[in-house]
Design a binder for this molecule. Structure first.
Ligand code: FNR
Length: 200
């Protein structure tokens, strides 16, 4: 096993001009510079019904849910940018977590989340930048055995925050978001290395 961390990067927004999609790519670029192999996944490419126990009982996890679970299993880290809807996380992000937390036959519940390292961020055109949604997201991830790094960033006035080439205009903001990507990379790498030592 290589100690090069693999990090799955996504935003909790479906819309094509999403500011949160831009934001997570800032953290992803920093993670790549720090030595991670990153995969960007757009949840709009994986439509799923709202979680319904009857659908699950009749036909199991939707195919797109299974594909997303497979991707989660192949990565040790997560970078998530979460839009804030009515002070909480988006329905798309919650639905992604709900379906992918469900076990397939022979699996433990939340199997593809246990032991992952995550970095979280948010942005919004408003004054709080989505900070309240991050409180909820940190709580949800912590409760499904994800280690969420302490660094996080909520970027306000985000509709005028990005340069043409996808960086943040304000240097402090750019640094703070990049730092989340770096931290998830270094922590994931340290965990992978300690696992390699334990196995040797
Ligand atoms: C919002 N928005 C919003 N913004 C915020 O800062 N706090 C909030 O509670 C909410 N609530 C909210 C509810 C709903 C239903 C919508 C559609 C929007 C505004 C939101 O932050 C803005 O639309 C962002 O641009 C959404 O993120 P993306 O799609 O740009 O990534």
């Amino acid at each position: 096993m290589s100690s090069r961390p693999k990090i799955l990067c996504l935003a909790g927004s479906l819309r094509k001009d999403s500011l949160n999609k831009k934001l997570v790519k800032v953290a992803m670029a920093a993670a790549q510079d720090a030595g991670a192999d990153c995969t960007y996944v757009d949840l709009k490419d994986y439509p799923m019904p709202i979680y319904d126990g009857d659908i699950e009982a009749e036909s199991g996890i939707p195919e797109n849910g299974k594909k997303l679970k497979k991707m989660l299993k192949e990565h040790q880290g997560l970078l998530i940018a979460s839009p804030e809807y009515n002070s909480s996380i988006s329905g798309a992000l919650k639905n992604f977590i709900d379906w992918t937390s469900r076990p397939e036959p022979g699996e433990k519940s939340i199997e593809c989340y246990i032991g992952k390292v995550a970095g979280i961020m948010a942005c919004s055109p408003g004054a709080l930048g989505g900070l309240r949604g991050l409180v909820t997201l940190r709580s949800i991830l912590g409760n499904i055995s994800v280690l969420v790094v302490p660094e996080q960033h909520a970027l306000s006035q985000a509709n005028d925050a990005f340069t043409e080439d996808g960086k943040l205009k304000d240097e402090k903001n750019q640094k703070a978001v990049a730092n989340i990507g770096k931290r998830v990379t270094s922590l994931t790498k340290a965990i992978l290395e300690s696992e390699l030592v334990a196995k040797s």
